[in-house]
Every structure is written in structure tokens, then in C-alpha cells.
Design a protein around this ligand. Structure first.
Ligand code: PEP
Ligand code: MG
Length: 754
């Protein structure tokens, strides 16, 4: 190892002088081959660079001078082309016996037997190759190969700065072929834009260190900071980002404290590299080693290590913020392992066209927020980091579960046609704006929207919905950097009601906790074993009375002179409703005492999302005006399946007898009470589910605004009597694949499902 550091160091010092010299780029390359040849006592040293789509011999020591700028090899052609194509090192004692060997007579290389070549990498693509050759057949030892790899990093910096290679952004790299990726639809839609990583990778700008001791210090403190971050994450596990599952964190922790890793980085610094280059150097080497092992489990670990290595790199480079902090400069498609709802809301809505998640699930709050923002999301996309680069053009088609990276013109054309088709449909739905959502046999369905952002309310009139069935007030808390004060809340609620005009808005009191973490509410971020079943929603609000009081007053003041609709989330037992209402009563008394104007009427409701409440409905029904069934939480509790866990995302189908029978029973219990019953979970916005809900007796749906048009059009082609008969039949005797049976029936009936 000692000698590796030394020879690499010698070369780096030599290269540093070359780079600092005032000669032109070609002269620098000519000097570089001399420095390397000298240091490695090799008879040949050559540099090939990617130019006009091929690898061109740009400088050589030992091959014929006349071949420079003449010899060119395509991707995969010869040893040089193979190294570039696979972004992999070759170390051969007998070059001619390698299957890819190709003899280029103009170079005069026939007398050389041994060969070693390493790719010059830029943004994970080979933009050139540096090689050495010897007459004597011999294998190069690890020290020499590592020295060459270090040289390749320096060259990467030199040639990029000198503009000696094809512009990567013009897309003439080897890896510029179109890539197709697939995933699980989370929020429907089409999107086109440039790839942007939530946690951006840092590009190494300087390779050769000016002051090795300073670099060592930088890496030392970066390690300390990274370990601190990982420890913090472990302490707050499962609260917040939703991605930081136990297992991932454990692996992270293991890698973060891995002595071997930090030692290798230090050795690379000893050889004369900057901290960034040393981290990259070690990452490249690990990547190369892991690639040779064909084990999916190891590949996963590699992914974690890359994540961590990128994190370390960002810390060392002082680029700690996410891509949101840097701002979007063009139409973009965001790529992340996972996101919290607050993190998504940090992005510029005008430029964010789509989201790709490596994890993700249908009812995770980030998905709901994206749906509210009308941003398509494809989840569970594996391998996206290896197939997509920062800035790549992406076409996202959620319904087809596909992403096309670096599309050809033909794919762009298809995309445009699809877009035009959707716009046509949209125009048709717009025509239905002022007609009611009524079945062919005259049953009127109230269609409302789920909202949470002020802009959502404009969708009310645009889509022709009947009101806001669920206003998630916590969104305002999530997007705010500090706890919103009462006046701010009051102003906001008033603006929302103003925007809704005559139509009702059902305000749900704050529902935070679970996967909706408030960074400033430190108390809420204590570690919980099961945050979905934890201290969240009304439970948290009743304990943090100040929070609830301020919101109650804000709502009462905002609704002065009009009807206020208030709904409490996650009521599990009737006394929780009583306590929550008591907070409102106290505020009403306070306002009355000060002769302030009150709402003309207050309607109270509860969300039914904890199954226990269904067993005590008779106790609560006389006290309330409405119930909203939150199927997102309800299903996670009915199936005991975490709504944010990507591994369970597809395990239980909403179209299940358990859910429909449960809801039907609730409807039955409510018969004879003057209580409105709405379904406000995500399932109501999906065509087959919505039809089935109508079939079992639901007459009010609160759904994502984007679905209003298509669901209304669908309702207007369905017969409620027939739906009821069909659902009775299916629930009495559920088929194994109830969804498919129902879908076939719906198709046969000619119901328009969009
Ligand atoms: C639900 O649980 O179904 C619901 C509508 O509330 P949220 O998704 O905000 O938890
Ligand atoms: Mg809920």
C-alpha cells in the first residue's frame, strides 16, 4: 500500500504541474502520457477520448505518432471500446487473446503483449480511456492499476475543463441509449421534463489536493457530521420521511461506522487526492468490485453504500440542501428514494411536472399531497439511479407504469399524441361542469373534492364539484417553517371559504403525526414503534390543547356570519369527540363574552377511520351531523397494513369484501339518523371503487379534484339499481378476484370508466 500511495502521489504531483502549466490542452495531454509512462515505466501510454461519438487516440507515448487523431474506435470495439462501453478496467498479460482484441496496424502495437486500460469517467459515463502496454507479457499489479485509475480521475477534470470531449449534455455518450423503466402508479398523469435528484450528486471539480492535511481534516469532520446525522435519523426512525425504515438505517449505520471505508478514503487522500476525489475514487472501486458479484442482496447493500457515499460527498462539498433549495430552472421530474409531504411542498409547483420514487405507496401522505397538486407520481421504480442521470429528458406515463429516459423522436411523438388525447377528454369533462352527477336511474351523487392548499379550491368551480368534503388543514402546518399563528390560520380559512363561495367546506382539524411530521413540533418527533398507530391526529391535538384551541378560534372567527363545518380526525371513542367539541364550546363562550360575531350554524362531524368507532356509532350518532369514512386509514387498520410501507403497497386490494361489507354495515347502522355519510379516502376517486361504493349505498364522495370530471362522466352512464344488485350479489358470494369480476361486468354494461 505504501508504494501505491507513493507512485500515485508521484504521478499526481507530475500531473498537477502539467495542469498548472500555461500550454494548450493537446500539449498537456502529450505531457500527461510522458508523466504516466515514466512513473509506471511502461513502454506505451495512450489516451483515447470520446469525440464525435467515437474514441479517438489523442495522445500517445510509444505508439506511432501518425496514428494520433487517426485511430478511432466505436463503442464496444476493440479493448478500448470495451472498457468504455462497460466502464470497466481491463488488465491482460496477453492482449491479443482477449475476444474483443482488434488490431489497428497504423498504431504499430503488434510488438506489445501486456495491456491495462481504465475508463476516464464523467457523470458515471466513460468519456475516454487511458491505457499502458508492455512488450513483456505480464499482469499489472493492483498498485499500478490504482495509480492508473487515479490518473483517469485527473484526466477527467482536465479534459472536461478544456472542452476536449463531446458535450455530455448533447447526449453523444455511449450510455445515451433510451432506457425504459417501470413502477407502480401512485398518481395518474403524463409528464415530460428533465431528471432532477432530490439529493443531488456532487460532481468532483478538483482532483489534485493542494494541502493533503487540510483534505484529511475535511473528510474527518465530514465523517463526524455524517455519523451524527445517521444517529439522529435512527433516533427518530419511522417518524417523518417514511423511508428511513429500521433495516435501512441499521445498514446505514453499519457502513457509516465502517473503519475500512474511512481508511480507504484516507489512503486515497494520502496519494494526493482532494477529499471529494478520494470519496469518489473509493466509491468507484467498490462499485467495480461489487459489479463482479452477482447477488441481488449485495446490490441492495451497494445502493445503500452509494447513498451514504453521496451523503458524505455532499457534506464535504458543503452542498447539504436538497434540490428544492437550489430551485428548479426548467420543467423537471423529481427523483427520490422517498419524500415526506413537507419536502415535496418545498418544490416550485410551476416547474415540478412529475415525481419518481424508488419506494412510495398509494396512501402515503406525500402521494396525497402530490395528487392534490396534480403532480403525477410513479412509485417503486427500481434502479432509477443507475439508468437516469441528472438532466436527462424523461417521459413519464403513470397509467402505463412507464418512464422513458432519453427518448427518441418517435417516443416523443407518441407522448404528444397521448397528451392531446387527454386534453380532448378534459375538454369533454369540462362540458359536464354544470350538470349533476346523476345515475341513469336518477340517483344524485354528491361529488366533492379533497383539498388542503388554497389553490385547490379554485378546482371547485372548474370541475363543477359540490363542495370541499375534506379540507386537510394540516397542509398549512406542513408547508410552514414555524407553527402557524391563530391570525394566520384565521385569514387562511376565511380565504378558503371565500374562494368556495356558496359551496360548503368541511374543515378537518389538524391531523399531524404518523407520516406527517412537523419539524418545528419537536415533541412530536419522539421515537414511536408504530407511528401509524401512534400519537397522531386528534390524540395529539387533544394532548396539545394550545394547538387545538388556536385552531378552533381561528375557524370560528373565520366563519363568522356563515355555516362552519368542522370534522375531527381519527376519533376512536365517542369521548374524544366530546372533548374536541368542548374545546370549540369554550372558544364559542369566549367569543360570545366579547360580543364577537359567531358562525350562524356549526355542523360537527367525525372521521370514521378507526374500526373501533364503528362499534359505538349508536353512541355518537345523536351528537353529530356527518361522518366521513377515511378509507386510507381505515384500510390500514382493517388489514393491519401500514399505508406507507412500500412492501405492502400492493398486497391488499381496496376492492375487497372486507372493506365493502364494513362500509355497508356502517351505512345500515346509520339508517334513521339525520347524518350525512361520505367516503373521503383515495379509493373514492378510482372508477371501479367509486361505482362499487355507490352500489353499496354511498351517495357522497369526496375525491381528488383531478378525478371529478371522469367520475362524474362515469356516474352518468351507470344505473344505481343495477349496481346495488351486482354488489349485493358479489358481497354475498365474493369471487376470488372480485375486482376482475366487477370490471368485466362494468365493461359489459358499457359504463364509461375513463
Ligand atoms: C383517510 O385516512 O382516508 C383520510 C382521508 O385522511 P388522511 O389520508 O389525511 O389520513
Ligand atoms: Mg386519515
Amino acid at each position: 500500500m505504501e508504494s501505491a500511495a507513493k507512485s500515485a502521489r508521484e504521478i499526481l504531483t507530475g500531473l498537477h504541474d502539467v495542469m498548472a502549466s500555461k500550454v494548450d490542452a493537446q500539449a498537456k495531454l502529450d505531457r500527461v502520457v510522458e508523466v504516466i509512462g515514466d512513473a509506471l515505466t511502461s513502454e506505451v501510454c495512450s489516451i483515447y477520448l470520446l469525440r464525435d461519438g467515437a474514441l479517438e487516440l489523442c495522445a500517445t507515448l510509444g505508439l506511432k505518432e501518425t496514428a494520433v487523431h487517426v485511430t478511432r474506435l466505436g463503442s464496444g470495439e476493440g479493448l478500448i471500446g470495451t472498457i468504455a462501453q462497460n466502464v470497466e478496467t481491463l488488465n491482460l498479460d496477453e492482449a491479443a487473446s482477449h475476444p474483443a482484441f482488434l488490431y489497428k496496424p497504423e498504431t504499430g502495437e503488434e510488438s506489445f503483449h501486456s495491456f491495462a486500460g481504465v475508463p476516464i469517467v464523467r457523470s458515471e459515463n466513460a468519456v475516454g480511456v487511458v491505457s499502458v502496454q508492455h512488450v513483456e507479457p505480464r499482469r499489472y499489479d493492483e498498485v499500478e492499476i490504482e495509480a492508473l485509475q487515479t490518473v483517469a480521475m485527473v484526466l477527467s477534470e482536465l479534459i472536461a475543463n478544456a472542452g476536449m470531449i463531446d458535450d455530455l449534455s448533447l447526449g453523444s455518450t455511449f450510455d445515451d441509449t433510451t432506457a425504459l423503466l417501470s413502477g407502480q402508479p401512485l398518481v395518474g398523469g403524463l409528464a415530460a421534463g428533465a431528471a432532477i435528484f432530490h439529493q443531488p450528486n456532487v460532481r468532483v471539480e478538483h482532483v489534485v489536493a493542494e494541502d493533503t492535511e487540510a483534505e484529511r481534516q475535511r473528510v474527518y469532520s465530514a465523517f463526524a457530521k455524517m455519523r451524527e446525522q445517521i444517529d439522529d435519523m435512527t433516533k427518530q426512525a419511522d417518524f417523518g420521511a417514511g423511508s428511513e425504515h429500521e433495516e435501512i438505517l441499521e445498514t446505514y449505520k453499519m457502513f457509516a461506522y465502517d473503519e475500512g471505508w474511512s481508511r480507504r478514503i484516507n489512503e486515497a487522500i494520502d496519494s494526493g487526492l482532494t477529499a471529494e476525489a478520494a470519496i469518489e475514487r473509493v466509491q468507484q472501486r467498490t462499485r467495480m468490485r461489487m459489479r463482479q458479484i452477482d447477488d441481488p442482496l449485495l446490490a441492495d447493500r451497494m445502493h445503500d453504500l452509494e447513498d451514504l457515499s453521496n451523503r458524505l460527498m455532499r457534506i464535504v462539498a458543503g452542498k447539504i440542501g436538497t434540490a428544492a433549495k437550489l430551485g428548479l430552472t426548467e420543467d423537471s421530474i423529481l427523483i427520490a428514494r422517498n419524500l415526506g409531504p413537507a419536502e415535496l411542498l418545498e418544490y416550485d409547483k410551476r416547474r415540478l411536472r412529475g415525481v419518481i420514487l424508488e419506494e412510495g405507496s398509494l396512501t402515503a401522505h406525500v402521494t396525497i399531497v402530490a395528487r392534490a397538486m396534480g403532480i403525477p407520481v410513479l412509485g417503486r421504480v427500481a434502479d432509477v439511479r443507475h439508468k437516469v442521470r441528472d438532466g436527462d429528458m424523461l417521459l413519464l406515463n403513470v397509467e402505463q407504469k412507464s418512464i422513458i429516459a432519453r427518448p427518441q423522436q418517435s417516443a416523443l411523438d407518441v407522448f404528444q399524441a397521448e397528451l392531446a388525447d387527454r386534453q380532448k377528454k378534459k375538454a369533454r369533462y369540462a362540458e359536464l361542469r354544470d350538470v349533476p352527477a346523476e345515475t341513469t336511474d336518477g340517483t344524485r351523487i354528491a361529488l366533492m373534492i379533497n383539498a388542503g392548499l388554497r389553490d385547490d379550491v379554485t378546482a371547485l368551480s372548474l370541475a363543477g364539484a359540490d363542495g370541499v368534503g375534506l379540507f386537510r388543514t394540516e397542509f398549512q402546518f406542513l408547508i410552514s417553517a414555524t407553527l402557524p399563528q391563530r391570525e394566520r390560520q384565521q385569514r387562511f380559512y376565511r380565504e378558503v371559504m371565500d374562494a368556495a363561495g356558496e359551496k360548503p367546506v368541511i374543515f378537518r382539524t389538524v391531523d399531524v403525526g404518523g407520516d406527517k411530521a412537523l419539524p418545528y413540533l419537536k415533541i412530536a418527533s419522539a421515537k414511536e414503534e408504530n407511528p401509524a398507530l401512534g400519537w397522531r391526529a386528534l390524540r395529539l391535538a387533544l394532548d396539545q390543547e394550545g394547538l387545538m384551541k388556536a385552531q378552533a378560534r381561528g375557524l370560528l372567527e373565520a366563519a363568522a356570519g356563515r355555516t362552519l363545518h368542522v370534522m375531527f380526525p381519527m376519533v376512536s371513542e365517542p369521548w374524544e369527540f366530546d372533548q374536541a367539541k368542548a374545546i370549540f364550546d369554550a372558544q364559542i363562550a369566549y367569543l360570545k363574552g366579547r360580543k364577537r360575531q359567531l358562525p350562524t350554524h356549526i355542523r360537527y362531524g367525525v372521521m370514521l377511520e378507526v374500526p373501533a368507532l364503528a362499534e359505538t356509532l349508536d353512541l355518537i350518532l345523536p351528537k353529530i351531523d356527518f361522518i366521513s369514512i377515511g378509507t386510507n386509514d381505515l384500510t390500514q387498520f382493517l388489514f393491519a397494513a401500514d399505508r406507507a410501507d412500500p412492501r405492502l403497497a400492493e398486497r391488499y386490494d381496496w376492492f375487497s369484501p372486507a372493506i365493502f361489507r364494513f362500509i355497508r354495515r356502517v351505512l345500515k347502522t346509520c339508517e334513521g339518523h339525520d347524518v350525512d355519510i361520505t367516503v373521503c379516502g383515495e379509493m373514492g376517486g378510482r372508477p371501479l371503487e367509486a361505482l362499487a361504493l355507490i352500489g353499496i349505498g354511498i351517495r357522497r364522495l369526496s375525491i381528488t379534484p383531478a378525478a371529478i370530471g371522469s367520475i362524474k362522466a362515469m356516474i352518468r352512464t351507470a344505473d344505481q339499481g343495477e349496481l346495488t344488485k351486482k354488489m349485493d350479489e358479489l358481497l354475498a358470494n365474493p369471487s376470488e378476484n372480485m375486482r376482475q369480476t366487477f370490471r368485466d361486468w362494468v365493461e359489459a354494461k358499457g359504463i364509461e370508466t375513463g
